[in-house]
Design a protein. Structure first.
Length: 673
């Protein structure tokens, strides 16, 4: 082995020095690379957090839209889709928790989001439950009363807070990553300078250049990989061009929207790959590449732009263009971001459609309520007329006017049955021609006697939509048509006991078939008309009965007055008779008592004395009888006042027995008491 020459030793020493420096720099570069990789992972981590937040927001929007659709339509097939979005949102929320595990502030916000989502889910489940059990109105009322909108706004605020935080982390990590890349590049540059200074030879210069090129290639590959990952993760379409406006980069979303694969689009003019038109005028829209390159600032296109895909599909988009600047702030191309707003527009259209449907239902319901209120007011007006005992003609006129007010263009007619139930007579027809009213007054019902006569003959509702062609009006069309009457609907008017009282009809001046609500009107107003007629007939019957009772009472009163006068006359005759009898009897009795008293003054034997006593007693008894008869007469005439007093029954019986004892003894009768 030859000894080393000084040059060789020097070269060896220099080589060893270079190797040592290379080793030191290699170790440093390795650490810097590892640090750069760590920062790259942090960037990817922050980007994943942003993507997860975006997924939570998107799933929440889908849940809200499908719940709103379910409230309006009640379509239960929407519920499984809603549950799927809830599951995906829950997975995204769990992944967000894992990604922010080491960040206390983000964890606190995560817990707030979790509580808010649980609260919204409880309210949502309650709304769905109410929609299934109580209907749309109850679910919507509960939704309006709950803080659903406030929680949605609060959720958006929390998501924006986390997103802003992660954006700051992303910018910080990106800055550190760029700084590490720069330091790494400076280290390799320093290595190249040292090699150039030590070796000053082409060999070592080329060697250093090769090493530098290799380092640049790796850095570029890493940068391209990072850029590709970032582009693939973005939910919007991203297209980059060079300064000539030719496509240099596309992400998968841009490929899907444009219909161009990157391999086919690369190097193509941007206008060839992206064809934009105005949504309303369908005119072509120029891409702002030249404007961005010339101004060096970002440009955004107005809304209402459509991207025409290569397959003919049209995508509503919003577009923003910005310059691509190098390290020296030189513009090297343009990047365009195109956002597909199809879902947003579909959601907006769905909401508009739902709102329009809801407004239509509100208008229809309001019209129904107003019509019902007008109908109720009309019925109350008629009932007031009935209860106020107005004449039947006035009540029927009121009914006809109210019906014509409720049924536009209708001409109301009410016909009354005669007592025999054969002919119809005019009741009310305020708007019918007087000539027609006179012509049908007294009409006899029959099988083909217009609408009213046929309805009463059949005892059922008859609808004639065209008088000119209906055979029921064959004998009366010549009367009705010249007067402009073209349709007639008639229904029998019945009492509460189903007795037919007349006919209720409406005429129209054009052929017309009734709706279900109009048929209901006919039935309701015919019943109300029957009530009015029946009420009037009852009133007439009551009035006739009152007249009969008054006549009978008058006759009976006259009879009683005659009987009273006759009784008064007989009483007067009786009084005269009693007075005469009392006078005619008392006069001879007084003479008899005088003669007997004179006879008693003479000396008489025992038997004569006994007979004289009997004669006096008999006269006294007769006098008592006359006094009693006069007392009874005075009692009946009310001229004798009787005062009840306490008495002894035994004493009264004893006195009565004494008055008859002598008479009974003379007859051989024994009184027992």
């Amino acid at each position: 082995m030859k000894p080393s020459t000084p040059f060789e030793s020097k070269i060896t020493l220099i080589f060893a020095g270079v190797v040592l420096v290379l080793l030191v720099l290699a170790y440093t570069a390795l650490q810097l690379t590892r640090h750069a990789q760590t920062l790259e992972k942090q960037v990817e981590h922050a980007q994943e957090v942003l993507d997860t937040l975006n997924a939570i927001n998107v799933h929440t929007l889908h849940i809200d839209v499908k719940r709103q659709n379910f409230i309006i339509t009640g379509d239960q097939t929407l519920l499984p889709h809603l549950d799927v979005h809830r599951v995906h949102r829950g997975q995204a929320l769990q992944r967000l928790r894992e990604l922010t595990q080491g960040n206390a502030a983000q964890q606190e916000v995560w817990h707030q989001i979790r509580e808010l989502l649980d609260q919204r889910r409880a309210m949502s489940e309650r709304i769905i439950e109410l929609r299934l059990s109580a209907g749309e109105l109850a679910a919507r009322r509960y939704s309006d009363d709950t803080p659903m909108l406030q929680t949605r706004v609060r959720l958006a605020e929390l998501l924006d807070t986390m997103e802003a935080h992660e954006q700051r982390l992303l910018r910080t990590h990106q800055t550190k990553h760029d700084r590490a890349q720069a330091i790494n590049a400076y280290a390799y540059a320093l290595l190249a300078l040292l090699i150039a200074a030590l070796l000053l030879t082409t060999f070592w210069f080329i060697r250093r250049q090769l090493r530098a090129n290799e380092a640049g290639r790796r850095a570029l590959a890493a940068s391209e990989q990072t850029l590709a990952t970032t582009l693939n993760s973005i939910g919007d379409a991203v297209v980059a061009t060079d300064t000539q406006g030719r496509v240099s980069l596309m992400n998968p979303v841009a490929e899907r929207l444009s219909g161009w694969g990157f391999a086919a689009a690369q190097g193509q003019p941007l206008a060839t790959v992206l064809h934009l038109i105005d949504e309303h005028s369908r005119a072509a829209v120029d891409l702002p590449v030249a404007q961005v390159l010339s101004s060096g600032s970002s440009v955004g296109l107005s809304n209402h732009r459509l991207l025409l895909g290569r397959d003919g599909h049209e995508w509503p988009i919003t577009t923003t263009a910005a310059p691509i600047r190098g390290a020296e702030q030189q513009t090297s191309g343009v990047v365009l971001v195109l956002r597909d707003v199809s879902l947003e527009r579909a959601a907006a259209r769905a909401l508009r459609s739902q709102n329009e449907l809801l407004e239509q239902r509100v208008r229809e319901r309001t019209a129904q309520l107003q019509q019902k209120q007008r109908r109720q007011q009309a019925e109350n007006h008629v009932l007031d007329a009935i209860s106020s005992n107005q004449p039947l003609s006035a009540v029927l006129e009121t009914i006809a006017h109210e019906v014509e007010a409720l049924m536009p263009d209708a001409l109301c007619s009410i016909l009354l049955f005669d007592p025999e139930g054969v002919h119809l007579h005019h009741g009310a027809a305020p708007s019918l021609p007087a000539e027609f009213v006179r012509a049908i007054d007294g009409l006899q019902i029959g099988a083909q006697v217009g609408s009213c006569g046929t309805a009463l003959h059949r005892n059922q509702q008859v609808i004639v939509s065209d008088i000119g062609t209906d055979p029921l009006w064959a004998d009366f069309a010549a009367l009705a048509l010249p007067l402009g009457l073209r349709a007639c609907w008639s229904t029998p008017v019945r009492s509460g006991s189903t007795q037919v009282l007349g006919a209720f009809a409406v005429y129209y001046r054009s052929p017309r078939t009734p709706t279900a609500s109009e048929l209901e009107y006919l039935d309701d107003w015919s019943r109300l008309t029957g009530l009015a007629i029946e009420r009037q007939r009852d009133a007439d019957a009551i009035e006739a009965l009152n007249h009969s009772l008054e006549r009978r009472v008058t006759e009976r009163t006259a009879e009683l007055e005659l009987a009273r006068l006759e009784a008064q006359r007989l009483s007067q005759v009786k009084d005269i008779f009693l007075a005469t009898m009392s006078h005619e009897i008392r006069t001879p009795l007084n003479a008899l008592f005088g003669m007997l008293e004179l006879l008693g003054l003479r000396a008489l034997d025992h038997e004569a004395q006994r007979m004289l006593g009997v004669a006096l007693q008999s006269g006294q008894a007769l006098l008592h009888i006359i006094d009693d008869i006069l007392d009874f007469s005075r009692i009946e005439a009310g001229k004798l006042e009787i005062h009840p007093e306490p008495t002894s029954i035994s004493e009264l019986i004893e006195l009565s027995a004494d008055s008859f004892r002598k008479l009974s003894s003379s007859k051989g009768v024994r009184l027992l008491h």
